[in-house]
Every structure is written in C-alpha cells, then in structure tokens.
Design a protein around this ligand. Structure first.
Ligand SMILES: Nc1ncnc2c1ncn2[C@@H]1O[C@H](COP(=O)(O)OP(=O)(O)O)[C@@H](O)[C@H]1O
Ligand SMILES: N[C@@H](CCOP(=O)(O)O)C(=O)O
Length: 318
C-alpha cells in the first residue's frame, strides 16, 4: 500500500477545514502508486486526494501544482489543486512533508484500452500540450537525458552483460539524437511524461481525465506521445506494438494538432527514448529501493522488451 507516511484523521480534518473544503467524513489510504503517500479524503463538500510528497522537494512542487491549476482552468480535466484561502498557496505541509489536496477524478483506470479509448487519450494529450503553451513556470523533465546519463552507471552493476551492452549503446544513441538539428526543431512545452494507463480515468468508457503530474516537466511533446504509445498501444506480454491502438492514438492526437516534419522523422528514436527512460527508472527502483518503501516494484524487463521491439520494429507516423 502506498502510504509511506501515516496521516491521522484529526490532522487531515484540520487541513480540509483550513482549505474550506468541508467536514471530513472518510480518510482512506490508497493502495497502488510507488512515489507518494496518497489518501482519498471525502468531505460533505466533495471528494479529494491528499498527497504527501516523499521524494519531491518543496522547491520542485510548485511547477507541478500550478501546472495542474493552469490546465484545469484551461478546461483540461486534471485534478484541480486547492489553495490556502488567505495566501492562495497550493503547497501545504502535513506530518512535516510537503503536501497538496486536489480534486478526485471520477471513474477508474482502463487497463485494457480499446482503440477508441486510445484515440480519446491521444486527443486529450494534444489539447493538453496546446493548453500548456501559456504556462509561464518552467522546470526541466527531471527524468530526462541528464538523469539517464547519471543513472545508467548506477544500475549497470546490477544487470547482465547483454543488458549492460544495450543500456550503453542506447544511451549513446540517445545522446547523439539529442544533439541533432531535428531534435532541436521539435516543439516543446510542459509534458506529463508518465501518462500510462494507470494515470488516466474513465467512467462508463468515457475519459474523465489525467492525473499524477509529478513527473511532468518541460520537454518535447513527441516524448510525451512516445511514452503514451509505449504503454497504451503495446501488447503487454511481449512489448510489441498494437497497430490498431497505435493508429487510433495518433489519429486522435493529429485531429487536435498536426505533427511537424521533425516529429515525423524522430518518432522511432523517441519511442526508443521513452522505453529507455522507464527501463532505467524501473532498474533503479528495483535494485536500489528506498528503505521500507517500495512494496511492489514494477518489472524492469518489460521495458527492456519494449526497447528491443522499438529497435527491431520501428514505428513511423502514417
Ligand atoms: N486525483 C485523483 N483522482 C482519482 N484517483 C486518484 C487521484 N490521484 C491518485 N488517485 C488514485 O491513487 C492511485 C495512486 O496514485 P499515483 O498518483 O499513481 O501514486 P504515485 O504518485 O505514488 O505513483 C491511483 O492509481 C489512483 O487510483
Ligand atoms: N509509470 C512508471 C512508474 C511511475 O509510477 P506511477 O505509479 O507514479 O505512475 C512505470 O510504470 O515504471
């Protein structure tokens, strides 16, 4: 269960009262998630999620919280964070940790998405990218190329020779891609950067929103597309891409924003980048877990398989 820090009912009730969100009726720790402590908090006013940030610092958090506020105000269905009534500050402190209270999205995650649902996610992702253009705060993708360069040497001692060779060669390839003129031409802005099936909600088959923005950062829009395709549109047993879901996702996206020439050219490379990013982070979480925290680390070998598939079977924009 992803409750790394216990919050008492009284403490949560005081915070929700202070934020003028009503009288707490139920506080329930949320199972699932590997990064933060999350509670569902239900009051007589509404349904909220209380998050205590376990890894991110108070200096890093305003970027994510004000991004969610910005997107919510632009009509993108993301959890709206609630501010202090006096100061407007979106960042709170609970049990000595930085914390936030956001709206709870309706529905549940769709873990076996249809092509139509992938198209809806693609379209909403494009709308989110466009809405993010007016956001004035900036913070890099903290799990981007610099972090891969730092972290690959840390995980190398834990993998076999073939995996080490692949990690090294793919990292060299991605450094080469990132230095290219086509990469410099990619459109960029705030991206979600972790929009997996378990970070979107559906109710009665209809997409109700995206959540878990705590890996967001300013990066290429194409990287966000690649992260989505690598999760929503792959066959989970072997990491191969599903042509129907991929086409639907890309059509949904393109209906809202047409991809540029540089994006067309670099999709295969960024699909590899997206697979590498999560292979590295899963290896890191698996072999170097935080003390007493990660109960169910994700399987790193899945993204090794996705990466190998992306290298041997490149996918191009139609
Ligand atoms: N705003 C939200 N609305 C509805 N459910 C949420 C919301 N935020 C988190 N959850 C629920 O909590 C679970 C864990 O949240 P997540 O953000 O993935 O945790 P972590 O950041 O620790 O990985 C999600 O799978 C979802 O069920
Ligand atoms: N989506 C990532 C892990 C991030 O965890 P989340 O629960 O915050 O989405 C992965 O699958 O490796």
């Amino acid at each position: 269960m992803a409750v790394f820090t216990e919050v008492s009912f009284d403490e949560a009730r005081e915070l929700l009262r202070h934020l003028r969100l009503g009288e707490l009726q139920e506080l329930r720790g949320i199972e699932g998630g590997i990064e933060n402590t999350n509670y569902f908090a239900t009051t007589d006013h509404g349904a909220y999620v209380l998050t205590l940030f376990e890894r991110l610092s108070a200096a890093q958090l305003p970027f994510y919280l004000y991004l969610m506020k910005h997107l919510a105000q632009a009509g993108i269905p993301v959890p709206d964070p609630h501010g202090d009534p006096a100061s407007g500050d979106l960042l709170q402190t609970v049990a000595g940790k930085p914390a936030a209270v956001v709206d709870r999205l309706r529905g549940r995650s769709e873990l076996a998405p249809s092509p139509a649902q992938c198209a809806a996610v693609g379209a909403m992702l494009a709308r989110m990218h466009l809405a993010g253009r007016g956001y004035e705060r900036s913070q890099p993708n903290l799990r981007g190329l610099a972090w891969w360069n730092e972290t690959v040497p840390v995980v190398l001692p834990h993998v076999d020779a073939a995996q080490a060779a692949l990690l090294r060669s793919e990292l060299a390839y991605q450094n080469h891609v990132a230095a290219s003129p086509a990469y410099a031409a990619l459109p960029r802005g705030p991206i979600h950067a972790d929009l997996f099936r378990d970070n979107a909600m559906f109710e009665d088959g209809v997409l109700t929103g995206f959540f878990d923005f705590y890996f967001a950062g300013v990066d290429t829009w194409l990287f966000d597309i690649a992260v989505c395709l690598n999760d929503w549109c792959v066959h989970l047993p072997d990491g191969s891409h599903d042509a129907g879901r991929t086409a639907a996702f890309l059509q949904g996206y393109a209906q809202e924003r047409a991809p540029t020439a540089a994006e067309r050219r670099l999709l295969p490379a960024l699909l590899r980048a997206g697979a590498l990013r999560f292979w590295i982070s899963r290896l890191w979480d698996y072999h170097l877990p935080r003390e007493a925290s990660i109960l169910k680390p994700h399987d790193p070998t899945h993204f090794e398989r996705v990466l190998r598939q992306r290298i041997t079977h490149p996918v191009h924009l139609p």
